[in-house]
Design a protein around this ligand. Structure first.
Ligand SMILES: Nc1ncnc2c1ncn2[C@@H]1O[C@H](COP(=O)(O)OP(=O)(O)OP(=O)(O)O)[C@@H](O)[C@H]1O
Ligand SMILES: [Mg+2]
Length: 276
């Protein structure tokens, strides 16, 4: 494995799940429900890039540039200084501003042009790119997700980027939007959330990482003011993580009994009273 150059995610405990970090040049999908930590994870990745003197570009479609700067500052990361030092460009695709580093539309072609323009402005060398979120670019045409993801990967692969591409999940069904980027991606980092005993718990699992002996274990995480994302512990095989609520189990049992009632040739147990 020694020949693979890896980029730290900025969260040492998370790097350990990935044999040291994300292989250079990879496009990694960061997926999960709202509020699970995707943006904070991306902010760590960029902060680490600033420390490593990488070229850093953050595309934001869900929040304004100012919101990303503020969120980073809450974790002690000075994105404002990095912007001034020309180590970071935040491309704002939300506010519709007229400045050089804003997008006027959510078109994939415009995104790619702007990212390449930013890379040229920041200079040569190893580069980190966050697209938060990439799925925003095909909201109105989900069937294009896979083709667009492929296009993005193909065009940007020539520019020495290691990429985090956020893709959102539908709140109601937990389905990935368009389900495009996950197949194209070299890796998938999946954030999840559950409410257990009235408490919101968040988790992360590495679902895929090519060329990497990665952890297959879900870890509980939390966000701490002043620090950012923290790995708490392995989620393990706790019953409450996998068990269905009692009412659902009872419904399943009833449905199964109903099904078995009408299956021909089935042994029907007498004690269940079906023969009476
Ligand atoms: N300063 C802070 N201190 C502690 N927790 C915070 C702080 N800032 C944000 N959080 C937590 O992080 C959550 C937001 O995480 P994040 O923005 O990474 O979610 P996300 O997965 O990107 O969601 P979305 O899909 O809606 O963009 C908040 O709901 C809150 O629980
Ligand atoms: Mg977000």
């Amino acid at each position: 494995m020694s020949e693979v150059e890896r980029l730290s995610t900025g969260i040492p405990d998370f790097d350990r799940l990935l044999a040291g970090g994300i292989p250079r040049g990879f496009l990694v999908a960061v997926t999960g429900e709202p509020g699970t930590g995707k943006t904070i994870f991306c902010i760590h990745f960029i902060d680490q890039g600033i420390k490593d003197e990488d070229v850093c570009i953050y595309v934001t479609t869900e929040e304004s540039r100012q919101s990303i700067i503020r969120q980073a500052a809450q974790f002690g990361m000075d994105f404002q200084a990095a912007l001034k030092r020309k180590k970071l460009i935040i491309i704002d695709a939300l506010m519709g501003l007229e400045d050089q580093w804003s997008l006027k539309s959510l078109e994939v072609e415009e995104l790619l042009d702007k990212v390449i323009e930013a890379k040229k402005a920041l200079g040569y060398g190893r580069a980190r790119l966050v697209i938060d979120s990439l799925s925003a670019f095909w909201l109105d045409k989900p069937a294009m997700a896979r083709r667009y993801s492929y296009f993005v990967k193909k065009v940007l692969s020539k520019w020495d980027f290691t990429i985090l591409a956020v893709s959102q999940y539908a709140i109601t069904t937990s389905d990935a939007f368009g389900f495009g980027v996950e197949h194209i991606a070299d890796g998938i980092i999946r954030f999840r959330r559950y409410v257990r005993n009235g408490v919101l718990r968040r988790y992360v699992i590495v679902e895929k990482m090519r060329q990497t002996p990665h952890s297959l274990t879900m870890h509980e995480i939390t966000a701490l003011d002043g620090k950012g994302l923290i790995l708490l512990r392995e989620a393990g095989e706790r019953k409450e993580d996998v068990a269905l609520p009692r009412s659902v189990v009872e419904r399943l049992v009833r449905a199964k009994a109903e099904r078995e009632k009408i299956l021909p040739g089935e042994e029907i147990p007498k004690e269940e009273g079906f023969n009476s």
